[in-house]
Design a protein around this ligand. Structure first.
Ligand SMILES: [Mg+2]
Length: 216
């Protein structure tokens, strides 16, 4: 069933955080704490105010950084280096996921709102180094984040992918709206399903889902 729905796919696009590793591997908590520390220091606000600002910016602009750039002219490069300077020990290698990804026909791409160097470290900690044909970060979209259309368009143009022959895997439902509108097949990867017109499939276990696409 699934296999037929993906038979036209020649490009596989994966988000990174909470898509290529599960949220139970608590890596992102460290980044969130670093973002809060950054906002507290640079804007001279309390932790509570910093967390509130981050939540508002994430909801309104797609990332904390996008809000900081819009309202406080924050330089993205030192910010991104600081918040991604974390320990990768919470991540474990995933040979099943590696095998499932390697079994996919066509090119495989990572596209994250983090940075490419950060993504490479995550992939290495997951035992997924060398699996992907390209890794794109926020720096490849001029620091505009998913879910903005322009961000997807910039990255997809660089990747030379045909959205009608591509699939997008993501844990954040709103980041599937533009891919769906562009004609991609969309897969929501998360512990809990969410029903929406722009979500074609849901899975709570990525490698198991990918295995269903290649079974004869
Ligand atoms: Mg994610």
């Amino acid at each position: 069933m699934n296999r037929q729905l993906f038979s036209h796919i020649d490009t596989w696009v994966f988000d990174l955080d909470h898509t290529l590793y599960p949220p139970q591997m608590a890596l992102f908590d460290q980044i969130e704490r670093k973002m809060t520390t950054y906002v507290m220091r640079e804007l001279t606000v309390s932790q509570q105010e910093a967390d509130q600002l981050r939540q508002n910016y994430w909801a309104t602009y797609g990332t904390t950084l996008a809000g900081l750039m819009t309202h406080h002219a924050v330089d993205p490069i030192p910010y991104l280096e600081e918040v991604h300077d974390i320990s990768f020990h919470p991540l474990q290698e995933d040979p099943d996921l590696r095998a499932a990804l390697e079994g996919l026909p066509g090119q495989k791409i990572v596209y994250t709102n983090g940075t490419q160097p950060y993504a490479e470290k995550v992939l290495q900690a997951r035992g997924l180094e060398g699996v992907f044909d390209a890794v794109f970060g926020i720096e490849h979209a001029e620091f505009e984040p998913k879910p903005r259309r322009r961000a997807f368009e910039r990255v997809f143009r660089t990747a030379k992918l045909n959205p009608r022959k591509s699939a997008m895997f993501e844990d954040v439902p709103r980041n599937l709206i533009v891919p769906h509108a562009l004609g991609m097949r969309t897969v929501h990867v998360a512990p809990q399903p969410e029903t929406a017109d722009h979500i074609h499939h849901h899975t709570n276990h990525l490698s198991t889902f990918l295995d269903t696409l290649r079974e004869a």
